[in-house]
Design a binder for this molecule. Structure first.
Ligand code: NAD
Length: 429
């Protein structure tokens, strides 16, 4: 009997089968089983530490009061303060926030930064709110979770539909209550109020570093290798630009509007300029238009899904022709697709490693805030590189030792690290 059976699977967050986060929890269970995790520790790690549900009354511009629902989940804080983004979206649910908070716990442990995992969200349609309404909602939400927030306890960051302005409002609200400026309470702030240089590019830069490490590990050349990237936002566009700078040929790009293909290479900076002017890649003249589905199946050496979850499924996995996949997005490959790709010999660098550059530089931002001393962009990038290379090496080593793929190894490594801390600290009674 494995740890998950002993502890009772029904005690975990109850999630929809089609929910990508259920896939994450399945992978957690598999890693726990392979680690022969003690059932007591399994029970601790399968459950969130704290879940806050809060109602947020907001005076709207028309004088009416609306009440929004917000959540903040601290999944595990054994390794340090909870860390995780806040999203504003109609799709936010307590189960989703809980699973994302667990995800953050594993991600921080994979790159070995001294944080636990958290996530938060408010159920709303941010694009239908005025700026003033958004600010009042953010401030009231912050006030309502004030007891958990703090540089030593819980440090939010931006996520879906939140940005550096929202972080500035959270920082200001928290600081007003504390009667002094506390920059380290959130990361992803504007640089003028304590944000870190290099934070905006950090996730795409981290993806670039792991792609380089993966190719080196497989004995494939970087220069001249072909890469296709799905998603041309923060992660995808930075990764595309940096991979091109490394000498790779970017043969496919896509966003919500569709994709473009050019076997001779797309000049990424030009495509970024096009999107700046036209909002989407649609109509970009220097390539052949393709669909997002076709982009994933391009014959490339490397594929970087950097848009959405669940894009490579049981259905299209057999058609994938890339040799390496680096998951820029969270959860782009479903669990059944994982097995198919493994059988096909595709080398997958999992999300909790590949896109951990963002949270790593968030950690650097928190450190700089606490030191009151700000690093150059070069220092940030050097330390990010060091962290990503070390973490990639740790995961590869674990995968060889246990004869598992990189995803299972990353989960095993992170769960092992969190479990070790629980064993050392013991249970306070
Ligand atoms: P973003 O909003 O900046 O960009 C998303 C991109 O995906 C856009 O180009 C958009 O057009 C495209 N897109 C949206 N729907 C699409 C569809 N149906 N088909 C193809 N493309 C589509 O977001 P981002 O910050 O770049 O995040 C992308 C992914 O990376 C998400 O899964 C996010 O959770 C993950 N991630 C981001 C960070 C970060 O620091 N930004 C860190 C870790 C993980």
């Amino acid at each position: 009997m494995d740890a998950s059976q002993q502890a009772g699977r029904d005690q975990g967050p109850v999630l929809d089968e089609a929910n990508p986060f259920e896939g994450m929890m399945q992978r957690f269970d598999r890693a726990a089983e392979l680690l022969a995790l003690d059932p007591g520790i399994y029970r601790i790690l399968r459950n969130p530490e704290k879940q806050i549900i809060t109602r947020i009354p907001v005076m709207m511009d028309n004088g009416e009061v609306e009440v929004f629902t917000g959540y903040r989940v601290l999944y595990n804080t054994s390794r340090g303060p909870a860390k995780g983004g806040i999203r504003f979206d109609m799709g936010v649910t307590l189960d989703e926030v809980t699973a994302l908070a667990a995800w953050m716990t594993w991600k921080c442990a994979v790159v070995d930064i001294p944080f636990g995992g958290a996530k938060g969200g408010v159920v709303c349609e941010p694009f239908r709110l005025s700026n003033a309404e958004l600010e009042r909602m953010t401030r009231r939400y912050t006030a309502s979770i004030l007891e958990v927030l703090g540089p030593e306890s819980d440090v939010p960051a931006p996520d879906v539909n939140t940005n550096e302005q929202v972080m500035a409002w959270i920082m200001d609200t928290y600081s007003m209550h504390k009667r002094h400026t506390v920059t380290a309470v959130v990361t992803g702030k504007p640089i003028a109020i304590g944000g870190s240089r290099g934070r905006r590019e950090a996730t795409g830069r981290g993806v670039t570093i792991v792609v380089r490490e993966a190719l080196q590990h497989l004995g494939m050349p970087l220069a001249g290798s072909k890469v296709a990237i799905q998603g041309f936002g923060n992660v995808g566009s930075v990764a595309a630009e940096l991979l091109q700078d490394e000498g790779m040929t970017v043969i496919g790009l896509s966003d919500k509007s569709g994709g473009i293909y050019n076997p001779h290479g797309i000049y990424v900076r030009d495509a970024i300029e096009w999107v700046r002017a036209h909002r989407f890649l649609d109509g970009y003249p220097f390539g052949e238009p393709i669909t997002n589905e076709e982009l994933l199946e391009i014959e490339a050496d490397v594929l970087v899904p950097a848009a959405l979850e669940n894009v490579i499924t049981r259905k299209n996995a057999p058609n994938i022709r890339a040799k390496v996949i680096a998951e820029g997005a969270n959860g782009p490959i479903t669990a059944p697709a994982d097995s198919i790709l493994e059988d096909m010999g595709v080398f997958v660098v999992p999300d909790i490693l590949a896109n951990a550059g963002g949270v790593t530089v968030s950690y650097f931002e928190w450190v700089q805030n606490r030191e009151g001393y700000y690093w150059s962009e070069e220092m940030v990038n050097d330390r990010l590189r060091e962290t990503m290379i070390r973490s990639f090496g740790d995961v590869v080593r674990f995968s060889k030792e246990h004869n598992v793929n990189l995803r299972t190894a990353a989960y095993m490594l992170s769960i092992d690290r969190v479990a070790a801390v629980h064993r050392m600290r013991g249970i306070y009674a």
